[in-house]
Design a protein around this ligand. Structure first.
Ligand SMILES: NCc1[nH]cc(CCC(=O)O)c1CC(=O)O
Length: 319
């Protein structure tokens, strides 16, 4: 027999930023290792969030500004799957697509980043009134909760652009995801990792979400094979919490999920704040890993019972 069968090609849709490209190439590598019989190609897609760099993200209708056009490239058949930062992916799934892949998750906390040459410094040492660059309502509210002297300033652009603006003196510090910095080889820019209870990560932070057409059994199988059950259970719980809280409303929300593999118990801590950080409501729930979604919904209900209702104003946000 001659090996004349042509290799199947799987096309990956992604944004073109260097972080998105790292993530798409990472997934391409996972797929290639799993399926040596498949050729993987990456197709770059421009999104509204990449093109419009003036508007604050939370004013842009919030949800889906980095994901919608990438999803369309799967729906119209130009590509077979889309790789997203899961925290940018709306909890309401797009018609015709399914979230079939969640690979192993990266480090999920946020970091304090200081201007180049500022030396080592910590959040506690920031001077009175320090200018912090972050458009994320979640990061702003959690910092303001403990330091209401800080000046929160909008910042847009990809990771490299943000660091340049910081180094040019526009800000005294940035808050950025550890995972994004590490993926770009910029871990030496991390001055301090901000951990709970000061800073709870975004829902899905440091996880990748891979979508494909919901009737594409072959690709669904490939994505199942590169998924991590721990990461999947965590993000199912976190996204169930967010979806239950929101139903059209948006407020700063943070979550932290841990999984005890021995007892197969999942614990989710969640926090909701007012935009100015003055009010903060938290809750925690545990349950079986098999019922991750139930656990997520329960923690959302517990937040409401603890008084989060009043904070869930109809605004939009991003992370
Ligand atoms: N909001 C943009 C975004 N989307 C995903 C990441 C980094 C990777 C992740 O947190 O999943 C970032 C950069 C950042 O928040 O600093």
């Amino acid at each position: 027999m001659t090996a004349s069968t042509s290799k199947r090609t799987v096309r990956i849709a992604t944004r073109a930023s260097s972080l998105a490209m790292w993530q798409a190439e990472h997934v391409a590598g996972l797929l290639a290792a799993q399926r040596p019989d498949v050729t993987v190609e990456i197709v770059k897609i421009s999104t509204r969030g990449d093109r419009d760099l003036k508007e604050p993200l939370h004013a842009m209708g919030g949800q889906g500004v980095f994901t919608r056009e990438v999803q369309h490239a799967v729906l119209d058949g130009r590509t077979d799957l889309a790789v997203h930062s899961l925290k940018d992916l709306p909890t309401q799934s797009a018609e015709g697509l399914c979230l079939a892949g969640v690979p192993e998750r990266g480090p999920r906390f946020d970091a304090l980043v200081l201007p180049a040459g500022a030396g080592v410094g910590s959040f506690e040492e920031l001077p009175e009134g320090a200018r912090i660059g972050t458009g994320s309502l979640r990061r702003r509210a959690q910092l303001l909760h403990v330091r209401n002297d800080l000046e929160m300033l909008e910042i847009r652009g990809n990771v490299e652009t943000r660091l340049r603006k910081l180094d040019e003196g526009e800000y005294d510090a940035l808050i950025m995801a550890v995972a994004g910095l590490e993926r770009l080889g910029l871990q030496d820019r991390i001055s301090q990792v901000l951990e709970p209870p000061l800073m709870l990560p975004a829902v899905g932070q440091a996880a990748l979400g891979i979508e494909c057409r919901d009737d594409d059994e072959e690709v669904i199988g490939m994505l199942a094979a590169i998924s991590d059950p721990v990461a999947r259970a965590e993000v199912v719980a976190e996204r169930a919490c967010l979806a239950t809280l929101r139903a059209g409303c948006h407020a700063p929300v943070g979550t932290l999920t841990r999984l005890d593999l021995e007892s197969r118990t999942l614990t989710i801590d969640a926090v909701v704040l007012s935009a100015d950080g003055q009010q903060r409501v938290d809750a925690s729930e545990s349950g079986s890993v098999a019922d991750a979604d139930v656990c997520g919904r329960r923690v959302a209900e517990a937040l409401r019972e603890n008084g989060a209702e009043a904070l869930l104003t109809p605004e939009t946000d991003n992370d």
